[in-house]
Write a protein that binds this ligand. Structure first.
Ligand SMILES: Nc1ncnc2c1ncn2[C@@H]1O[C@H](COP(=O)(O)OP(=O)(O)OP(=O)(O)O)[C@@H](O)[C@H]1O
Length: 499
């Protein structure tokens, strides 16, 4: 049977100044399909989704949606045409309630004369939250009460409320806890089963294989291939993305989980956030200490607590020289670095340049008398652009303009540039393409060998097993087990500890 086309892009082009983000892209998405869109960081995936969803205009080419010309002036217009999108980073508005976030721009639907029928709004918002399996989120609560993961679920509710013909999911899964990912997969499958369509952007090869009916590969803004279900395989997808074969070995290959005796950081009886309670551990010189658990087990709070970024309810964090780490400033002065899971809000100054972001923790080092050495700042940044393969015009480009994965590389680069001795990495490879991931793991291993210490908080069990010397598993805010690196350690043993 002939497939019914829902979206047809022909020779779509988009440039940002000298950067050719999309070059003559022809993309056809059919009804009933979950289409994966893959490519390295900066290959143009989000540019396509932003154009189709009305966030960005295109320069030339042609788009048809449901057989009609499609050139939406904004997101609302694209939504009215039948396209909704859930994005990578925070897409909710602070200071509003959950329901106001769900119905933003559509409030008139509930207006009764001069007033807003908040009761009806609440009822409808709660209904959609319940429908997507997020009943724990209350429609009339302030959005600020909810964490990053729950806010993503609110965005999903907002996107699905309209029953869009095309749902775009732009790297949302890594922001969600495991349960939330399952919810999203189920909703995507439902969308396809109802003969609508999904455009699904992800770097996770397994979830792409499990959920997509076809995969489109981009490289440097050009469409390289579209693989149908029977042609899809991980090695093929990887090599089409990167343009060369890459090995299956992502992680360090040694089984030696040894590290120095010296304790460089000690956490004693920490309680913080809503769940973390009476938690203690020691980090050693040259150790990669993995921290795992379900997303809401308290591990993200632990990262913040160790960096002095949240108020401790009990306990203390002590650096090797006896200094108590009570603030990020104290942490930075002891050469500690922190990569937050909530990258755009907590780890970057989006409106500043790559150089300003990279140089920020190294300002003391870069200061010459009362002046900052612009030349040194630039050299430091260029080194990190090279080391982390940051795709950008130059260090003067504002971080806001970088692709998601390249922003993550900037965060990593700023702490590597600062020669941090202790790195607290919360989901460090989030949004990072497979080629760069391999490079990052190599870098982490090199840092370990140089005697630096890493706390790696991760929701990816293979990453924890693949990189850690020891894995501390947290369950419901408390220590549930410590697992040592060995050839018998497997996903099952970690999961057993987590649940
Ligand atoms: N507003 C902007 N201004 C300047 N350059 C931009 C802008 N938005 C995107 N770019 C550039 O366009 C290119 C494509 O970016 P895009 O965000 O589409 O990549 P991506 O494939 O989604 O990457 P990632 O996997 O890292 O999310 C990148 O080089 C990026 O730096």
């Amino acid at each position: 049977m002939e497939k019914e086309v829902i979206l047809k892009c022909t020779k779509m082009c988009k440039s940002f100044g000298p950067t050719k983000a999309l070059v003559d892209v022809d993309l056809v998405v059919n009804r009933g399909e979950i289409r994966g869109l893959i490519g390295e960081n900066g290959s143009g995936k989000s540019t396509i989704s932003s154009i189709v969803a009305g966030v960005l205009p295109y320069d030339s080419g042609n788009i048809e949606f449901l057989g009609k010309p499609h050139k939406p002036a904004d997101m609302l217009e694209a939504q009215q045409a039948g396209i909704s999108m859930v994005v990578q980073e925070a897409g909710t508005i602070q200071n509003l309630t959950v329901m106001a976030n769900i119905f933003v721009g559509k409030e008139e639907r509930f207006s009764r004369g001069l007033f807003l029928d908040k009761k009806a709004m609440k009822k409808e918002a709660q209904q959609i939250l319940d429908e997507i399996g997020a009943s724990h989120i209350r429609a009339d609560d302030s959005i600020m009460r909810y964490n990053f993961e729950d806010r993503k679920l609110v965005e999903i509710a907002r996107a699905l409320y309209e029953k869009p013909e095309l749902l775009i999911v732009d790297e949302t899964t890594t922001a969600l806890p495991h349960k939330g990912r399952e919810v999203l997969y189920r909703l995507m499958k439902k969308q396809a089963k109802e003969n609508r369509a999904v455009l699904f952007i992800s770097h996770d090869m397994d979830e792409l294989m499990d959920n997509c009916n076809a995969i489109t590969v981009l490289r440097d803004g050009r469409l390289i291939a579209t693989l149908n279900e029977d042609e899809m395989s991980i090695p093929k997808m990887r090599s089409l993305m990167i343009g060369r074969e890459i090995s299956d070995e992502y992680y360090r290959t040694d089984l030696d989980g040894s590290f120095g005796e010296e304790v460089v950081l000690k956490a004693e009886h920490l309680s913080a956030g809503e769940i973390l309670e009476d938690f203690s551990f020691e980090l050693h010189r040259g150790e990669i200490l993995g921290i795992g658990g379900l997303s809401d087990c308290g591990m993200h709070d632990l990262g913040k607590a160790v960096y002095g970024a949240v108020k401790l309810l009990t306990g203390k964090v002590i650096y090797k020289d006896g200094t108590e780490i009570k603030s990020p400033a104290a942490a930075v002065s002891k050469k500690m670095g922190y990569v937050s899971k909530n990258r755009d809000i907590e780890s970057l100054i989006l409106s500043s340049s790559i150089t300003s972001n990279v140089a920020l923790p190294s300002l003391n080092k870069l200061q010459k008398g009362v002046y900052l050495s612009a030349k040194d700042e630039e050299a430091l940044t260029n080194e990190q652009i090279k080391e982390m393969s940051i795709k950008c015009e130059n260090g003067a480009q504002t971080v806001d303009n970088l692709s998601g994965g390249n922003k993550q590389k900037v965060v990593f680069g700023k702490w590597i540039g600062n020669k941090a001795e202790i790195l607290i990495l919360d989901c460090p490879t989030r949004g990072i393409d497979i080629g760069t991931k391999v490079a990052m793991y190599k870098l982490m291993y090199r840092l370990k060998q140089e005697g630096r210490s890493i706390i790696m908080i991760s929701e990816e069990i293979p990453e924890l097993i693949g990189m850690s010397d020891r894995i501390i598993v947290i369950r419901d805010g408390k220590l549930s087990g410590i697992l040592e690196r060995s050839d018998t350690l497997n996903e099952h043993s970690v999961i057993e500890c987590m649940l």
